[in-house]
Write a protein that binds this ligand. Structure first.
Ligand code: IMP
Length: 179
């Protein structure tokens, strides 16, 4: 059985939207103080790599990894830090770069954790938003695409470690997910 149900977003559509997001972020940022983009490992790496090149002005890049849940198809709402930032963020303008906001627990945790460190600003840019699945409200400043409740892979997103290098965003068949 083919696990892929359909192509949700083609590479041209992704590239166009990422460029627009870069313009939105650029319009809001300080033109002089470096913006610290924090890419959440591992799913946001490809999005972040494209996004930072569409942001005008100085941008620094850091990474953070938080726990995910098994094959990612079910959330249990528990999040903890697996790899922390290298940079101090007190007084800095920080842009959290996420691949997808699903239940909202991950972004809620990141906002709480990083917010305590005293950044000057802390904004969220998510490529994908599955708003129908939200369990906790989270502010998302920049959203690439609102998508329906499907499990999606590609452009950095994985299913059990697979599909991250696929250039399009694909929806998998629900019956292909083992849990
Ligand atoms: P949340 O905490 O439920 O909002 O989930 C956020 C994380 O779950 C994302 O950063 C992804 O790692 C993972 N995730 C949620 N939905 C999907 C999906 O459809 N495909 C791949 N990963 C997903």
């Amino acid at each position: 059985m083919d696990e892929v149900q359909r192509i949700l977003l083609r590479r041209e559509a992704i590239a166009k939207r990422v460029q627009e997001l870069g313009e939105e972020v650029s319009a809001d940022r300080s033109p002089t103080d470096p913006l610290l983009a924090v890419a959440i490992l591992r799913g946001a790496v490809i999005f972040a790599a494209d996004l930072v090149r569409e942001i005008k002005g100085p941008v620094e890049l850091d990474f953070m990894a938080v726990s995910s849940y098994g094959n990612h198809s079910v959330s249990h709402g528990e999040v903890h830090v697996l790899k922390d930032l290298t940079e101090e963020i007190a007084g800095r303008d920080v842009l959290l770069v996420e691949d997808i906001v699903d239940t909202g627990h991950t972004v809620r945790f990141l906002l709480d954790t990083l917010g305590k460190r005293g950044p000057r600003s802390l904004r969220v840019c998510a490529l994908l938003d599955k708003a129908d699945r939200r369990e906790v409200e989270v502010p998302i400043d920049y959203v690439g695409f609102r998508i329906p409740d499907a499990f999606v892979v590609g452009y950095g997103l994985d299913y059990a470690g697979r599909f991250r290098n696929h250039p399009e965003i694909l929806a998998l068949r629900p019956e292909a997910l083992t849990s």
